[in-house]
Design a protein around this ligand. Sequence first.
Ligand SMILES: [Zn+2]
Length: 209
Amino acid sequence: MQTGVKTVQVRDVAESTVCVHPTAVCESQNVGGGTRIWAFAHVLDGAVIGQRCNIGDHVYVEGGARIGDRVTVKNRVMVWEGVTIEDAVFIGPGVIFTNDRYPRSRGLPEAVGRYGHKGTWLVTTMVRYGASIGAGAIILAGLTIGRYASIGAGAVVTRDVPDHRVVVGNPARGSCWACICGVPLDDNLCCPRCKRRFRLRADTLAAAE
Ligand SMILES: [Zn+2]
């Protein structure tokens, strides 16, 4: 049984309706209108998902995770407690978030006490507005992915990513800058597609006047 949201045929989607595929489990009461949750996804009680999101097959959203409006979450993504995803973010298939820098099994006798309360292990992650995370990337706990940043497929992100920065590899390193539209900027910090121009000041990219 799903609770809190209505299970309907996905073709009947309306702006105000949450569509949960019959094989998905949505235990959260906090899912916004127009959001679709596809086959075999599991959204736990306490998870927050905004409006008009697309939550792909086999996605897992843990209680305490927060997803904004108009977020695309492709298949098999894992979003744990402590992860916040702002509006209009793209999360590619198979992306893995984490929320513990130094995990141990809770059954390890020597680790007793570490998991007594969340302050000793839980660290938060933020994905800012408009960012994209490529397929199969891994985001270590405690990081911020900046606005309009792009994470390359398969990257292992170990440090904060500035706004508009493109990072690739393991460990992920900066390779270039991304336009708001997603296309890499040229050497003059101009977008070859939409022609927006940017400037770099103190390692921060901003729109040119
Ligand atoms: Zn552009």
